[in-house]
Design a binder for this molecule. Sequence first.
Ligand code: G3P
Length: 217
Amino acid sequence: MEFFVDTADINEIRELNELGVVDGVTTNPSLILKSGRAILDVTKEICDLIDGPVSAEVVATQADAMIAEGRKLAQVASNIAVKLPLTWDGLKACKTLTHEGKMVNVTLCFSANQALLAAKAGATFISPFVGRLDDINLDGMDLIADIRTIYDNYTFGTKILSASMRSVNHIFESALIGADVMTAPPDVIKKLTRHPLTDKGLDQFMADWKKTGQEIL
Ligand code: G3P
């Protein structure tokens, strides 16, 4: 499973990238707001840092304007994935932009039928929002499993990008189901390292090492 980071914070992306765990980045208007940066500037900086796909989202709602914004965003760098909402106009824009050879990430997906349409419109990525379904007492992970089954039934090439990952279990379950990609905030990715037995074991090793009186360097 590829790991994307869901942030527009360049310092957080740089820190995770040094560990080699960043296969791509996803942003959205809310994350651009949080960064306090101009969208084209921060997107360019991220693209210079990361080789993989960097999603940048349009804010128009009519297909023609979405296409124009998508083309402008795609000019920032060759690794831009234009992010489009899963609306009728968004799918029209998806069809046009993918025909032009641009990567497209169709976002705000909350049903398997929406994901089926996005695949038929040629989307590079489909982003089902797991956490937001959990928020309203539905099972977001069921949606990932349903889309996996449908895409495999027909060998659609659209990659399933599990989004709105709020916990390490969301990442674990996405990997078990076979999502192609997941995108999570940096703090959730960092939590993947944690295990109490690792901490306990390390404490014991350090205590015993001290008793040896030795040094390695
Ligand atoms: O990339 C968008 C998605 O991951 C949003 O997550 O936590 O705002 O629902 P969240």
